[in-house]
Design a protein around this ligand. Structure first.
Ligand SMILES: NC(=O)CCC(=O)C(=O)O
Length: 273
């Protein structure tokens, strides 16, 4: 493995999002991405938050969503290749087959799309299920020959998803989020639990700012497979950075062999066999 394969510098773009303003959000995101790429420690991976093109403008979502994610796919791919950076392009409202999905798109540093994941658990408290269609598949993908998995916000409440991704070989789970107060305690605890129980890195980018009655708290996090916090954002807009050492995943899995000790035949519901 090369240095890049064992260790990644990560940049989480913890931005505010203007609800219902895709053009403005695109300009903001492009500016932030360029700033992240120009930082003294250049990131290997940039991660964006959830639904960053439109925010939760759900009543107008079918007019605002990017048709087939074409526009965003085009310029993010160009950026990734130009700067030699992997981009977890958060999630966007994507119009597809007459429906709107909350979709994470992943580009490698050659500008190739290596996967797209539409959120499978829609969050009723924010009325997603009324306006969005759920995805029907989980996603693991490879960056620098490292397997990683995708999750979007509410998904972290479902340990089955993270376990499925880790059983598929994921050493890192990337999370894009718009997670508001008063559930900061849930956010931090769930992210840490998913990292500890699956002995993998959890890399999560959450937005800041207010939207309607929701106040989004940032606190983007990088958590290592032992559950230690590598980096955590404030409640303000900022680029949260940290370095992850992927060899730690195997070290932790060798020390406490959870995956060898599992007894899936006894769990009764066919979960994650
Ligand atoms: N956008 C979301 O999925 C929010 C999830 C959330 O806030 C939660 O408490 O779960």
């Amino acid at each position: 493995m090369t240095q890049r394969e064992t260790s990644w510098n990560i940049a989480l773009l913890q931005t505010h999002i203007e609800v219902g303003e895709p053009q403005c959000n695109r300009e903001t995101m492009q500016r932030w991405m360029e700033d992240a790429a120009a930082a003294p420690i250049k990131p290997d991976v940039i991660v964006l938050p959830e639904m960053w093109n439109t925010g939760y403008a759900l009543e107008q979502i079918s007019e605002l969503a990017d048709p087939d994610g074409r526009e965003i796919r085009g310029w993010v791919s160009t950026f990734a290749k130009k700067h030699d950076i992997h981009v977890i392009a958060g999630s966007i409202a994507e119009q597809r087959d007459g429906k709107v999905y909350n979709t994470m798109i992943i580009f490698n540093n050659k500008g190739e799309e290596v996967g797209a994941y539409s959120k499978i658990h829609l969050f009723r408290l924010m009325e997603e299920e009324k306006y969005l269609a759920p995805g029907e598949a989980t996603l693991s993908f490879e960056l620098d020959e490292v397997v990683a998995g995708a999750a979007i916000c509410y998904d972290i409440r479902f340990p089955e998803l993270a376990r499925t991704l880790s059983l598929n070989g994921a050493k890192v789970m990337f999370v894009a989020a718009e997670w508001p107060h008063p559930r900061l305690h849930h956010w931090r605890t769930l992210l840490m639990a998913r990292a500890i129980e699956n002995q993998m890195y959890v890399v999560a980018c959450n937005r800041t700012g207010d939207s309607g009655s929701d106040s989004f708290f940032g606190h983007s996090m990088i958590i290592d497979p032992w559950g230690e916090i590598v980096a955590e954002g404030s409640e303000e807009e900022e680029i949260v950075t940290g370095q992850i050492d992927l060899s730690l995943v195997d070290q932790v899995r060798n020390r406490i062999p959870v995956f060898e000790d599992r007894r899936p035949q006894l769990y009764g519901n066919g979960m994650c066999e």
